[in-house]
Design a protein around this ligand. Structure first.
Ligand SMILES: *[C@@H]1O[C@H](CO)[C@@H](O)[C@H](O)[C@H]1NC(C)=O
Ligand SMILES: *[C@@H]1O[C@H](CO)[C@@H](O)[C@H](O)[C@H]1NC(C)=O
Ligand SMILES: *[C@@H]1O[C@H](CO)[C@@H](O)[C@H](O)[C@H]1NC(C)=O
Ligand SMILES: *[C@@H]1O[C@H](CO)[C@@H](O)[C@H](O)[C@H]1NC(C)=O
Ligand SMILES: *[C@@H]1O[C@H](CO)[C@@H](O)[C@H](O)[C@H]1NC(C)=O
Ligand SMILES: [Ca+2]
Ligand SMILES: [Ca+2]
Length: 368
C-alpha cells in the first residue's frame, strides 16, 4: 500500500469522524436518550427524588442502591474491614449494572411501548375505563414511592434492630452519624429530630418499641397518620421558628419563613403572577388571624395543624406533582386524561426520571 493511499485513508477517516461529531443532533431525538439506573443513595437524603414510573426499573435501582448501601455501611461502621483489604471491594458487581442498563436500552429486549401496554391496565383501575386520570396516576406514583420508602425503612431497621426482634427500642436506636456530627440547625432540622420525644410520638401503641410501620413513621412523619406524630411535627416546627423563645409563633416569625412555604405550596402548578414582597403582608395577616383560633396574636403548635401538611409535603404531594407534569406533557388531545395511545406517543415522559440526558435537567428541578 503506497504512502498516498494511507494518507487518503486517514483523510477519509478524519472526515468521517468530523461528520459524525458535527452531525446535527435533533433537538428531541429519542435515540440520544439513554435510560439510566440511578444510584441515589446517600446517608443524608433530604431531597425528594422523582419516583420511577416502571416497577421493573425501580427494582433494578433498589438492588443497586442496596449494594451501594452495604458498601457504604461497611465503610462507615467497620472501617477496619476496609483497611484490611484496601481496594478489594471497589465497585463490587458494577458490571452487573452496566449489563442491566444495556438491557434497558436494548429496544428489542426492553420495549417501552410494550411496557406501557403492560402497565396501563394496572394504572387504569379507578374506574377501569380506558383512561388514566390524574387521580389514577397519582395513586400509581404513590404506590411506587411508598414501596421505595418502605424498602429503605426495612434496610434501616436491619441496622438498628440490634437484637433482631423486629422492633426498634429507643436504647437500640442510634441516630445517623450525620445527625450526631452536624451542628444544631443544619439540614433545616433542629435538635428535636431523632430524640426521645420524636421516638415516643412515633410509638403509636405506646409499648416502648417501634415496629416496621411505626419506625417508617418515625423516619417519615409527614406521611404518617399517627396524630401524636403530627402533633410532634407541629411542636418541632414551633421550636425551629420560635426565635424569641416564647414557645409560640408571632406574626414576624410566621411571615419570615412559614408563610413563604405555605404560599409556595399553594402556588405550585398554579398560574399566578408573583407579587412583590410588600404586597404579601396583607394575605399573610389574613392567614395568620385565620389560624390564630384563640385570638391571642400568637400561633401555638396546635394552631399550626391546618398547615403542617404544607410545611412538610407528603409523598402524595410529590406523586400528584409528578402525575400533573406527566399529564401536561402527554395529554395530546387536552381532555385532562391519558389513553394508552397518548402514552405510547410520549413514552419518554414516563421514563424521564431516569434519563441520562443533559437536556432534561429542568425536569428534575421541578422536584427539588
Ligand atoms: C416494540 O413492540 C412493538 C409492538 O409489539 C413493535 O411494533 C415495535 O417494533 C417494537 N419496537 C422495537 C424497537 O422492537
Ligand atoms: C447545640 O445547641 C446546644 C444548646 O442549644 C449547645 O449546647 C451545643 O453546643 C450545640 N451543639 C453544636 C454542635 O453546635
Ligand atoms: C418516652 O416514653 C417513656 C415511657 O415509654 C418515658 O419513660 C420517657 O420519659 C418518655 N420520654 C419523653 C421525652 O417523653
Ligand atoms: C405496628 O403497630 C401498629 C400499632 O401501633 C399497628 O397498627 C401496625 O399494624 C403494626 N405494624 C406491623 C407491621 O405489624
Ligand atoms: C398564565 O395564564 C395566562 C392566561 O390566563 C397566559 O397568557 C400565560 O401565558 C400563563 N402563564 C404561564 C406562566 O403559564
Ligand atoms: Ca380510569
Ligand atoms: Ca387525553
Amino acid at each position: 500500500m503506497g504512502k498516498a493511499s494511507v494518507i487518503i485513508y486517514i483523510a477519509i477517516a478524519l472526515l468521517i469522524i468530523f461528520l459524525i461529531s458535527h452531525s446535527p443532533k435533533g433537538p428531541k431525538n429519542h435515540r440520544h436518550r439513554r435510560l439510566k439506573i440511578r444510584s441515589t443513595f446517600t446517608f443524608d437524603k433530604q431531597q425528594h427524588e422523582p419516583v420511577v414510573f416502571d416497577p421493573l426499573i425501580a427494582d433494578m435501582e433498589r438492588r443497586r442502591e442496596d449494594k451501594e448501601w452495604e458498601k457504604r455501611y461497611l465503610e462507615h461502621a467497620h472501617k477496619e474491614f476496609i483497611e484490611e483489604a484496601p481496594g478489594a471491594e471497589a465497585q463490587p458487581e458494577w458490571e452487573d449494572f452496566m449489563n442491566a442498563e444495556d438491557y434497558l436500552n436494548d429496544e428489542e429486549r426492553f420495549n417501552i411501548s410494550n411496557r406501557l401496554v403492560l402497565l396501563f391496565p394496572k394504572i387504569d383501575v379507578d374506574p377501569t375505563d380506558g383512561f388514566v386520570t390524574e387521580r389514577e396516576l397519582t395513586g400509581w406514583n404513590l404506590q411506587q414511592s411508598e414501596r421505595d420508602v418502605m424498602h429503605r425503612t426495612e434496610r434501616d431497621m436491619e441496622l438498628h434492630d440490634k437484637n433482631r426482634d423486629g422492633f426498634v427500642s429507643f436504647a437500640e436506636y442510634e441516630p445517623p452519624s450525620w445527625v450526631r456530627h452536624s451542628d444544631n440547625a443544619s439540614f433545616g432540622y433542629d435538635m428535636g429530630w431523632w430524640k426521645e420525644e420524636h421516638f415516643n410520638a412515633s410509638d403509636a401503641d405506646g409499648d416502648g418499641l417501634l415496629n416496621r410501620t411505626e419506625f417508617n413513621d418515625f423516619l417519615h412523619p409527614a406521611d404518617s397518620n399517627n396524630p401524636k406524630l403530627i402533633r410532634w411535627l407541629c411542636r418541632e416546627e414551633v421550636r425551629e421558628r420560635d426565635t424569641d423563645k416564647d414557645g409560640k409563633i408571632n406574626f414576624k416569625e410566621f411571615f419570615h419563613g412559614l408563610f413563604d412555604m405555605v404560599r409556595n405550596y399553594d402556588e405550585e402548578g398554579h398560574n399566578s403572577s408573583h407579587l412583590a414582597d410588600g404586597s404579601m403582608e396583607a394575605p399573610a395577616e389574613r392567614l395568620f388571624s385565620k389560624l390564630d383560633q384563640d385570638g391571642d396574636g400568637l400561633l401555638s403548635d396546635e394552631e399550626l395543624l391546618p398547615i403542617i401538611g404544607k410545611l412538610h409535603p407528603s409523598e402524595r404531594y410529590y406523586a400528584k406533582q409528578q402525575a400533573d407534569y406527566i399529564i401536561s406533557q402527554a395529554d395530546t388531545d387536552k381532555d385532562g386524561r391519558l389513553t394508552l395511545a397518548e402514552m405510547i406517543d410520549s413514552p419518554y415522559v414516563f421514563y424521564s426520571a431516569i434519563f441520562n440526558d443533559e437536556d432534561d435537567y429542568d425536569y428534575h428541578d421541578e422536584f427539588r
